[in-house]
Design a protein around this ligand. Structure first.
Ligand SMILES: [Fe+2]
Length: 453
């Protein structure tokens, strides 16, 4: 099968773009907050010469799309592939020097964060790439340490220390790696947590006192790997789903494992300590890659787990039964009690046919139970929206939500900025982009001060 239009994740706004573009002085509708001085940057797969017969949305080569904001203006948009080996070959450029570690050279396609003065483009199973402020790939990094499995793409930054906490997993060894990397970019700690089988651990969480590890029933399948499947993971009905709580001042041997309901979690919203209990809010999928190896079995809903490692108990509370994913918070509250969460609402009309797409931003007030939804409108799809705190923030939700929106009727893409205190209002600003931005995964707001020029 060679028809490039024969895989749903290569069609519509999932289709890759073919060129790297730089555009200056972008038109803005509304008014960008003048204090925003930095770059919104988002990662996602933009496959090179994809094989539709063996494509999976998780494996395309990474491409960053970013918009530089300063002084109330949108200075530029640019998109750049992360220069993985396949991209370097396609572009006829030198390969990025490898460092020791990682299961394979990654596509760098899942997330992009700022750390130790550079951007990091991350994909699980591999080492991150370091990129400069204009998205030029510079090197791989193992943080000066031993990372045989690389790291996954969902580091958490402790707002108190600035240190980065991240998990890794291996396709063959039944364990999860936990790693702490300091603000200078040095690996300072590794703990290895044993699991029953090699599992896909896409994300993790921290609290002030604990590391939260997800040991859930998506397991590596050797037969699928031997058959050459690009994503050799599947649901295992027999696998006991667990969440591990490792004391941050202890070691792997101190981890308390608690059984949770069968489910899969790509993304927690946040976790925090409530006495001895750990509260973890998650986007919970009923299963994943059980009958559908591309999309899994939706819908994902927002759930609160209360995990008591002393009593050995778990409670599960449905916070919102609407389909939603891509949960984010004000990350000044990472690991601490949060009141507000923001998720991407999945278009109900899309469920059960074609790709599920996210069409709204939902704000959750978890103290009052009140939610507000900003629907992007007919034919318009929204990706993950990130929270950007205002400099004068007095309340947790003082700030903005921003992310890319694609309009199928016009083919245009936009960066949309919403007042997080008034989510249902019209966006405060919309930056019109000169090219289509394909659907992608995760992004972040990177303050100008976070990157070296
Ligand atoms: Fe993710």
């Amino acid at each position: 099968m060679t028809d490039t239009a024969s895989h749903t994740f290569l069609e519509g706004n999932f289709a890759p773009v073919g060129t790297e573009v730089t555009a200056w002085d972008l038109p803005v509708r509304g008014a960008l907050p003048p204090e925003l001085d930095g770059t919104y940057v988002r990662n996602g797969p933009n496959p090179v010469a994809a094989d539709p017969s063996n494509y999976h949305w998780f494996i395309g080569e990474g491409m960053l799309h970013g918009v530089r904001l300063s002084g109330g203006k949108a200075q530029w948009y640019r998109n750049r592939w992360v220069r993985s080996p396949k991209v370097a070959a396609m572009q006829g450029r030198e390969r990025i020097p490898r460092q020791e570690g990682g299961f394979f050279p990654g596509q760098g396609n899942t997330n992009v964060v700022a750390h130790a003065g550079t951007l990091l483009a991350l994909t699980e199973g591999s080492l991150p790439y370091r990129l400069d402020s204009e998205f030029e790939t510079m090197c791989e990094t193992n943080f000066g340490g031993v990372l045989p499995y690389g790291v996954n793409a969902h580091p958490k930054f402790d707002p108190v220390t600035g240190n980065m906490h991240v998990m890794s997993y291996h396709f063959l060894d039944a364990l999860l790696g936990y790693h702490e990397i300091d603000t200078d970019g040095h690996l300072v700690r590794t703990e290895l947590l044993a699991t029953a089988k090699p599992v896909m651990a896409h994300d993790m969480a921290i609290t002030s006192s604990k590391v939260v590890a997800f040991d859930l029933p998506v397991v590596f399948d050797l037969d699928m790997a031997a058959a050459g499947r690009a994503m050799p993971f599947r649901w295992d009905d027999e696998y006991v789903p667990r969440v591990g709580l490792m004391p941050r001042n202890g070691g792997a041997e101190d981890t308390v494992w608690l059984e949770v309901e069968p489910c899969y979690v790509f993304h927690p919203l946040n976790a925090y300590d409530d006495g001895d209990t750990v509260v973890v809010d998650v986007a919970r999928h009923p299963s994943m890659f059980r009958t559908d190896l591309d999309e899994g079995e939706g819908p994902p809903v927002l759930v609160r787990w209360r995990l008591d490692p002393v009593a050995g108990t778990v409670t599960s509370e449905l916070l919102d039964d609407r389909p939603q994913e891509f949960p984010r918070i004000n990350e000044r509250f990472t690991g601490m009690a949060h009141r507000f969460g923001y998720t991407a609402g999945v278009g109900v009309a899309q469920l059960g046919g074609g790709n599920d797409v996210t069409t709204s931003v939902i704000k959750h007030d978890l103290h009052t139970g009140v939610t507000q939804e900003h629907d992007m409108g007919r034919g318009r799809t929204a990706g993950e929206f990130v929270f950007v705190p205002s400099s004068e923030a007095r309340n947790e939700d003082d700030g903005w939500l921003m992310g890319f929106v694609h309009d199928a009727s016009t083919g245009q893409s936009e960066l949309v900025v919403i007042d997080a205190t008034d989510v249902t209002a019209e966006p405060v600003a919309v930056v019109e982009l000169p090219v289509r931005v394909p659907a992608g995964f995760h992004g972040n707001w990177v303050d100008h001060s976070a990157l070296e020029d």
